[in-house]
Design a protein around this ligand. Structure first.
Ligand SMILES: Nc1ncnc2c1ncn2[C@@H]1O[C@H](COP(=O)(O)OP(=O)(O)OP(=O)(O)O)[C@@H](O)[C@H]1O
Length: 344
């Protein structure tokens, strides 16, 4: 029996900027060919983790294995196997063709360079005749992001790391970036780690989701973060609370220490019709369905519900969605118990 090591294994990895700790990962394995969706609030450590996975930065402590081999000092060979597309992709002040061909040209340009460029441009939905000889400044944000992605795809990396690839792109570009990512895995077995704040998009293009908060990974993305600020008890309200933008209040359990974030597992949240009540739950929060997407995951419908400025993304089985007659714009109640909320 042969054993295939994971693409990555991380043990006790920490990272500090100065004396500020921004990463603390006890253990993480990323199987080959996985598409991992990495989510977490601003400043939670996503970009730092991607830079470590790209071997662009060495963690302050800990061990990183790549394909079963311990790394550090990292070799040039390993850096050629992993490619990171940063949040603001850097394009050379040249044409689209030159940007995409650049990585191959500085190695040994293949005879079929033009065909290779054509192929990756097609993968990211850029028509060769229209775009190949456009200059870098003649592109929209979404087109520039797709050129940056094509420039990495042409190098056929084993691992592709995409940091916020759809942060400032149009819906069509987001769909094309998703398609190109899935095709890279399907056609070449590429392993991908993708960060995004657009959770419905991230859920449709990843098969495993990881949540990161204050530099620590927690569980598998099956949680919803209820970000602060939290209000400590006072005479008018003896409970810990989170006031929402629209005046509603979420009851949270007492915090064990400051700097923690309230988190609840999706499975503890029930969606009910606005005229119903769930007397067993001490939180009954009014919200509105923002969007609904079919996913490959168990056939659930990923439904984003906004409640007073907090986004709750829940996977709802199709049967339940049709029972509730769920549709975008519909008001709903989210029922959950404060004692199911944990601090991370
Ligand atoms: N070069 C640096 N020097 C000092 N602090 C840094 C540096 N880079 C990032 N940080 C800090 O480290 C923390 C984690 O940053 P990181 O960019 O990894 O988070 P992130 O989850 O990617 O955030 P975002 O979603 O806003 O991109 C933040 O508090 C950030 O301010």
């Amino acid at each position: 029996m042969t054993f295939t090591p994971p693409a990555y294994r991380l043990d006790n990895v920490t990272h500090f900027y100065g004396d500020k700790q921004v990463l603390d990962i006890a253990h993480l394995e990323i199987p080959k060919g996985a598409i991992i969706g990495l989510m977490g609030p601003n400043g939670s450590g996503k970009s730092t983790l991607l830079k470590i996975l790209a071997f662009a930065m060495r963690p302050s402590s800990g061990h990183v294995w790549f394909n079963g081999t311990p790394q550090y000092p990292f070799s040039e060979a390993i850096q050629g196997k992993v490619s990171l597309v940063t949040q603001k992709p850097y394009l050379l002040k040249r044409s689209v063709f030159d940007n995409i061909a650049y990585g191959l040209k500085i190695r040994r340009p293949p005879r079929d360079l033009k065909q290779r460029v054509q192929q990756v441009m097609a993968e990211v939905g850029l028509d060769f005749d229209r775009f190949a000889y456009r200059q870098w400044h003649e592109l929209s944000g979404g087109e520039a992001q797709r050129v940056a992605l094509a420039a990495r795809l042409i190098l056929r990396p084993e691992v592709l790391l995409l940091d916020e690839p759809v942060a400032s792109v149009d819906t069509r570009s987001a769909a094309l970036i998703r398609k190109a990512s899935l095709a890279a895995r399907q056609n070449r077995g590429t392993t991908l780690v993708i960060t995004s704040h657009d959770l419905p998009w991230l859920f449709t293009c990843s098969d495993t989701q990881l949540s990161i908060n204050n530099g620590a990974l927690f569980a598998t993305g099956q949680e919803i973060t209820i970000p602060g600020p939290y209000t400590r008890p006072h005479p008018d309200n003896p409970k810990w609370t989170r006031y929402l933008g629209d005046g509603q209040v979420i009851q949270v359990p007492p915090a064990v220490s400051t700097g923690k974030t309230a988190v609840i597992q999706r499975k503890h949240i029930r969606v009910i019709r606005p005229e119903k009540m769930d007397v067993s739950a001490d939180n009954q929060i009014r919200g509105q369905v923002q969007s609904m997407y079919m996913t490959g995951q168990h056939g659930d419908i990923m439904t984003t519900i906004d409640a007073g400025g907090i986004s709750f993304m829940l996977g709802i089985p199709p049967g339940q969605a049709s029972e509730l007659n769920l549709q975008p714009g519909m008001p709903v109640i989210l029922a959950f118990n404060s004692w199911d909320i944990r601090w991370h």
